[in-house]
Design a protein around this ligand. Structure first.
Ligand SMILES: C[S@@+](CC[C@H](N)C(=O)[O-])C[C@H]1O[C@@H](n2cnc3c(N)ncnc32)[C@H](O)[C@@H]1O
Length: 259
């Protein structure tokens, strides 16, 4: 998907959808649309009877999000008989100026992925149903502190239930081969191995050069099968980890106490 602004990654979006407890038929507000990555998942989650309102302040991002959404819906049609319902409304507007729009909607959930999300809360909270969740995607923990401080100082009706960081660890599981194999079977190892294998087997590193090494790799496995040798495997965390992380903050709307 062509990206402009940084997208929210699927691992975080999955957690956000669970946090918001989105159901088919729900109405969900998001700000900002960015590249539209989150919009696609929201569209799926609310389904044909649901609705997504996606606010974006920048014209170029608004256009990109719409384009990506359009392409995704076209791609959907390739593998499905029916077209995916057009259930996302992309709105080019600063969310902090959208108070008038909010008067006519009831929101089941809100997701904010934008700078200074605290500016959006006073606008969206009157329309968010009681008990509804506002999930906020933040890049660093000081932004979480700023958000919670704004909620406290402005007495906004939100309770912070959870702040989570979703970490994933990728693993490599690769067959090893005999160190003293014929030269035609030799497969070069990559330079970034932390420690060389200690035993009589050598790790076959194919992850980064899968295409280049594929024939040799198959040849090596084929020979092993021929001689009926069992092939040991090496399993370890991958050298390359997806480092991108975010803090997902779950705010639950409560009924304001009468003072
Ligand atoms: C990190 S991007 C969002 C990425 C999006 N969640 C995705 O998955 O593609 C943040 C977006 O928020 C937009 N934004 C910032 N302030 C805003 C505001 N006050 N109202 C609406 N959009 C805003 C930015 O222009 C930017 O496109």
């Amino acid at each position: 998907m062509p990206r402009g602004p940084t997208i929210a990654y699927p691992k975080d979006i999955s957690a956000i959808l669970m946090m918001m407890d989105v159901h088919p038929g729900d109405t969900v507000l998001e700000s900002g649309s960015g590249s539209g990555a989150m919009s696609l998942f929201l569209s799926r989650a609310v389904g044909p009877k649901g609705r997504v309102l996606s606010y974006e302040i920048r014209d170029d991002h608004h256009s990109l999000a719409k384009k990506n959404y359009r392409r995704w819906r076209s791609a959907w049609e390739i593998g499905h008989v029916d077209e995916w319902p057009d259930n996302v409304e992309f709105i080019l507007k600063d969310i902090s100026t959208a108070a008038a729009d909010m008067k006519s909607v009831t929101l089941d959930a809100v997701v904010l992925d934008m700078l200074h999300p605290q500016c959006a809360l006073p606008v969206v909270h009157p329309s968010l149903k009681e008990g509804g969740v506002c999930a906020v995607y933040l890049a660093n923990i000081t932004q979480v502190i700023d958000l919670l401080d704004a909620i406290r100082s402005c007495k906004l009706p939100f309770l912070c239930e959870r702040i989570i960081e979703v970490t994933h660890r990728s693993w490599s599981v690769l067959p090893a081969k005999l160190k003293h194999a014929k030269s035609s079977q030799m497969v070069e190892t990559q330079g970034n191995i932390e420690e060389p294998p200690q035993n009589e087997y050598e790790e076959i590193h194919i992850q980064d050069q899968a295409v280049l090494k594929e024939s040799k790799y198959n040849e090596s496995l084929g020979d092993a099968a021929e001689t009926n040798r069992s092939v040991p495997y090496i399993a370890r965390p991958s050298h390359w980890q997806e480092a991108h992380s975010a803090f997902l903050t779950k705010l639950r709307k409560f009924r304001p106490l009468l003072s």
